[in-house]
Write a protein that binds this ligand. Structure first.
Ligand code: ZN
Ligand code: ZN
Length: 311
């Protein structure tokens, strides 16, 4: 059927456009996110319609959809059950749109409502993830605001939501055996697709981006010859092994991993309470003072004391 081929080509066009705009946004063009959102929501609308067509090619038309919704309300059954009932009765939905040359098609919400009825036979759990629906609602709201010029975008929030939607879409297309999205992506967009398709890759990319942004903020306006006076280091996090532990005011150790939020590492440099030198914490000696406080001593200060003691 031509309509189905058209709609698939359109969906992929929108998706490739969304990826392109996403990448432009990542490179600093914040306005591009607006188009990434519009293209992503268009893409979602189209893949949901493709799914509906895979159920029944007539169901994508409003008149047919309304017909089954009416039955579901009258009989108090789900729209999927209502549709299956009509099928059993060999009712041909096409008869409802025979005289219509350009019938109206259903909305994203309607398509999603139908898809939600598809449940696993044994667990009764819907195949559609609740979080996927929440993200779809979010991007739809954003799209409406964009269309009415009332929006304020938080780039990171947009990037993370688009990432979740891409992963949700991949899963959705796989569950209903509609298409293998990766094999349909243009070569020049594949690298950005792969980042979004994998949660770990995307979150790590965000964590690394935060490190770079923090560093830029810290050194902004500081003259290079004064760089040495700024106490700013990045450590490799012992918990997640990423090089993403940076200074953090809210952390008890003064550092926090931008990926896993861990705050502890023996490599964090601390100040010797005696001479003021900075050294990794695991190279410091802990001194229990008479007043029960604890002080840290570098090996030099510690050694000198020992020498004095045994003189
Ligand atoms: Zn970590
Ligand atoms: Zn010292």
């Amino acid at each position: 059927m031509n309509y189905e081929l058209d709609i698939k080509a359109n969906a992929l066009d929108s998706f490739n456009e969304a990826l392109e705009k996403f990448e432009q946004g990542e490179k600093g063009d914040n306005k591009a996110y607006k188009f990434a959102i519009l293209h992503t929501s268009h893409f979602l609308e189209l893949i949901l319609k493709i799914y509906i067509i895979s159920v029944d090619e007539n169901l994508v038309f409003s008149k047919c959809y309304r017909h089954i919704t009416k039955i579901s309300k009258d009989k108090n059954i789900s729209i999927l059950e209502s549709f299956e009932k009509l099928k059993q009765e060999s009712f041909d939905l096409r008869t409802l749109i025979n005289n219509d040359n350009s019938p109206h098609t259903i909305t994203l919400d309607q398509a999603l409502e139908f898809a939600k009825c598809e449940k696993c036979k044994t667990t009764e759990i819907s195949f559609i993830d609740t979080d996927f629906c929440i993200d779809i609602e979010w991007i739809k709201g954003l799209r409406n605001n964009i269309e009415h010029f009332q929006f304020k975008l938080e780039p990171k929030e947009v990037r993370l939501c688009i990432g979740r939607l891409v992963r949700g879409a991949i899963e959705f297309l796989e569950i209903f055996d509609i298409m293998d999205l990766e094999s349909e992506i243009g070569k020049d967009r594949l690298h950005i697709f792969k980042v979004l398709a994998d949660e770990y890759t995307q979150l790590l990319r965000e964590a690394k981006r935060e490190v770079v942004e923090q560093k830029t903020d810290t050194f902004r306006g500081v003259r290079p010859k004064h760089y040495a006076f700024i106490e700013w280091n990045v450590y490799t996090c012992p918990d997640c092994s990423n090089h993403t532990m940076t200074p953090n005011q809210d952390s008890s150790t003064g550092y926090r991993c931008t990926y896993c939020k861990n705050e502890d590492s023996d490599e964090i440099e601390v100040q010797c309470d005696s001479c003021g030198a900075f050294l990794p914490r695991n190279e410091m000696d802990t001194w229990h003072m008479d007043d029960e406080t604890i002080e840290l001593r570098c090996c030099f200060c510690s050694g000198q004391y020992q020498a004095e003691k045994y003189d």
